[in-house]
Ligand binder design. Structure first.
Ligand SMILES: [Fe+2]
Length: 370
């Protein structure tokens, strides 16, 4: 049994080995890992995709691990975190670091200001950020709302900031504007000035508020937004970067944790044209010039997250290809498209067509064949 009830407290506790492993797939320390935020990483055979199970980190992780760990391109370290680490609905969180050999070097628990769903986080060369937005948890909501999670603006929003290498007791919680973020594009710091790009929502899309009201359409649109956080003054500023509804942001991963200038996203410039809420475009945004290149996959068709592949190891930032799956409504089948990342608006340079649909997923990675 993987979920048990603590006889003393009544809390639901889990061995974190019963998830769907359906959110992201990454390569780290010669391991192919399928990730889902309520569980430990699940290992697959990289040659056959056979399941190898949850044992990779043995008992090294305290609580679950996010599906959005950050791999440091310089050190090879993997940084991750977990929320509701000690029990479902708790404010317990954890911070994990796994070295480039796949050894857990730290997995420390701490208590957040409130219990919230925390899907992603951000890491710079010098800092780790744990942003908390008020998608809070309360079992008592189940009967009224059908969900224990609800968007609760009055709970506020905070960003936990930890110097890399420092103990979790030194996390500073800095007040932030109330909104909601699932995904971060990247983050960097210049001294105590931290910048990160996020997909901001006015409220938590697809979740009710505490009265059971679901978000209005206009509130459920993501906006790529630059956040600046000054640790000296605790000032937080936000600036929108792109006037397109978007999600699933990716960079050239070689620029993780330092300043990036190129962004790739799934977008929807015509959200209400009849696509049923799908993202129907792949967009490249040059953050230096502000220029965009957009490829529209066609009416009724939906694109996935665009995954960037560098043209070669020393290629310039953003010089390479994008991989995305496309669901085509007329054929009810999916394809994998390859776009030139420097000429996205020209459309796919290659398409691998399937005779069936790939169910909509979330995230993916590229690994060069070695
Ligand atoms: Fe995600």
């Amino acid at each position: 049994m993987s979920i048990v009830v603590d006889p003393e407290t009544g809390q639901l506790q889990s061995e974190r080995r019963s998830g769907l492993a359906n959110t992201h797939i990454i390569w780290h320390a010669d391991q192919l890992l399928a990730l889902e935020e309520g569980s430990h990483p699940f290992t697959l055979s990289p040659k056959t995709l056979d399941s190898e199970g949850y044992g990779h980190y043995a008992n090294g992780l305290s609580g679950p691990m996010t599906a959005h760990p950050k791999i440091d391109p310089i050190t090879g370290e993997l940084h991750g975190f977990g929320y509701m680490s000690d029990a479902l609905g708790s404010a317990g969180m954890s911070y994990h670091v796994v070295d480039q050999q796949g050894v857990v070097t730290r997995s420390d628990t701490f208590t957040a200001p409130f219990a919230a769903m925390v899907h992603d986080f951000a890491v710079t060369r010098d800092y780790v950020l744990f942003p908390l937005f008020p998608l809070t948890f309360d079992f008592k909501r189940m009967e009224k709302l059908g969900s224990p999670f609800a968007f609760e603006p009055q709970a506020g929003a905070v960003i936990g900031v930890l110097k890399r290498g420092a103990p979790v007791s030194e996390i500073r919680w800095i007040e932030a504007p109330v909104c909601f973020v699932f995904h971060y594009l990247n983050a960097w710091n210049e001294g105590e000035r931290i910048t990160f790009d996020a997909i901001d929502f006015a409220v938590a899309p697809n979740f009710p508020d505490t009265d059971g009201n679901l978000p209005r359409f206009a509130e459920a649109q993501g906006t790529l937004t630059r956040w600046r956080l000054d640790l000296a003054t605790c000032a937080v500023e936000r600036t929108p970067l792109l006037d397109l509804a978007c999600e699933f942001p990716r960079i050239d991963d070689r620029y993780a944790m330092k300043q990036h200038t190129q962004a790739f996203l799934a977008t929807a410039s015509q959200r209400q044209r009849g696509d049923g809420g799908l993202f129907h475009e792949v967009t490249h945004l040059n953050l230096e010039s502000g220029a965009t290149q957009v490829w529209d996959a066609g009416l009724g068709n939906g694109v996935s997250e665009p995954v960037f592949v560098p043209r070669h190891a020393s290629a310039d930032e953003g010089d390479g290809w994008l991989l995305a799956t496309v669901y085509e409504a007329t054929s009810q089948a999916s394809s994998l498209v390859i776009l030139d990342a420097t000429a996205v608006s020209q459309g796919p340079i290659a398409t691998a067509r399937l005779d069936h649909r790939i169910p909509f997923g979330f995230h993916g990675s590229w690994r060069a064949n070695e």
